[in-house]
Design a protein around this ligand. Structure first.
Ligand code: ADP
Length: 361
């Protein structure tokens, strides 16, 4: 009987990787106790988002043949092997959110991505490295939570100070005020970043979202080289002038060998509350999708121009966490998040197969 169960499950596909669970060697154990079937499945990390999908796939596939049994599925994570990182050793995925220029909604996208990721039970942190305009303290309702830098002893771990909605938040804005941050250069700034990355105790995280400064200058290049990024999300608005800056961002990530998870187009269109059948393309149409296609990158999705998203952000809550956000914008953010997960899992799978290949050679 276990063989029959195994053969049924083997034919099901991992929804992100589109490869069968048999081919992936995902089934690690099947046991039958009386009227209960216990199934253990190992999936490429991060798994919190695929758990419900895979569980319901398996249950549906077994439903007709094993209607009298209760089915218990235990899903565990397969993590790419490799040496522990020196920086952020217990963070599984570090995702940079970048933009070619300021004002396109990079920080709002980063905040909503972090918040959406946390909704499925993942442990999430956000590190605001936008030296030109650190806005995560505002977006997470943590203004006036400055670190007292004088009290931080060099080299000593620093207990995590700031958290809201279950998400850990650290910002260059907790260390420096806006005007200071924008003019400080070089080694001093590097020291502050080391403090945020290495001294602050982030603990175990599934995801750390890293809100980069806009643009492609020296700071961005140093940060993307120094931090072991799992991948980058690039945010743009639809018009050509923004899209040309995106090309520079793409070139930067290529130069430092960081995988680009895809492009998000923000402020894509506007649907008025009082005329829901109308759609206005205020900043032009389709630039994000075009630039993604030109460069062979994923288009992760678009986010409409939504006044309540801005209001909620300004008042200290990522919009996706508030039930007042309209369904269309909610869906847009959730779809983007799910596309990010799919791409990350594909990359992690590639890493696992590459390291298995090394072992077998
Ligand atoms: P950036 O980080 O690219 O400089 P921000 O994320 O700070 O940009 O966004 C600039 C302003 O636009 C913020 O007030 C933010 O709340 C608002 N904003 C961002 N995206 C949207 C959107 N899709 N709809 C409405 N307002 C938005």
């Amino acid at each position: 009987m276990t063989n029959k169960i195994k053969s049924i499950i083997s034919g099901l596909k991992d929804p992100d990787l589109n490869i069968s669970l048999g081919e992936l060697n995902s089934i690690t154990n099947i046991e039958i106790n009386d009227k209960q079937i216990n199934i253990e499945i190992e999936l490429v990390q991060p798994i919190t988002w695929v758990i419900p999908q895979v569980e319901s796939l398996i249950k549906a596939a077994l439903a007709s043949d094993f209607a009298d049994y209760s089915i218990n599925i235990n899903l565990t994570e397969l993590v790419p092997e490799g040496p522990k990182r020196h920086i952020l050793p217990n963070v599984k995925n570090i995702i940079a959110v970048a933009s070619g220029k300021g004002g396109v909604g990079k920080s709002a996208t980063a905040a909503n991505l972090a918040a959406a990721l946390s909704l499925n039970g993942s442990k999430v942190g956000i590190l605001d490295g936008d030296v030109y305009g650190p806005s995560q303290p505002t977006m997470f309702g943590l203004v006036n939570k400055a670190f007292d830098v004088a009290e931080i002893e060099p080299g000593k771990p620093m207990a995590f100070p700031n958290e809201n909605y279950g998400i850990k938040v650290a910002s260059i804005g907790f260390i420096l005020n806006r005007d200071e941050a924008a003019i400080i250069r070089g080694p001093l700034l590097a020291g502050y970043f080391s403090m945020l990355f290495e001294q602050v105790e982030w603990g175990d995280l599934d995801f750390l979202i890293f809100d980069l400064p806009p643009g492609t200058g020296d700071i961005q290049l140093t940060l993307t080289q120094k931090i072991p990024l799992s991948g980058a999300v690039i945010v743009t608005t639809p018009q050509e002038i923004a899209v040309s800056d995106v090309r520079r961002s793409i070139a930067m990530f290529d130069k430092v060998n960081v995988d680009i998870l895809g492009i998000v187009e923000n402020m894509s269109y506007f649907i008025p509350d009082d005329a829901p059948d109308k759609k206005y393309f205020i900043f032009g149409e389709g630039g994000g999708r075009r630039v993604a296609k030109d460069h062979g990158l994923n288009f992760l999705g678009d986010i409409p121009l939504t006044p309540s998203l801005r209001e909620l952000s300004d008042n200290g809550k990522p919009a996706i966490l508030d039930s007042s956000l309209d369904k269309n914008t909610q869906k847009a953010i959730m779809d983007i998040t799910s596309n990010v997960i799919t791409k990350l899992r594909k990359l992690n799978y590639e890493k696992i197969t590459a390291s298995n290949l090394e072992i077998s050679i």
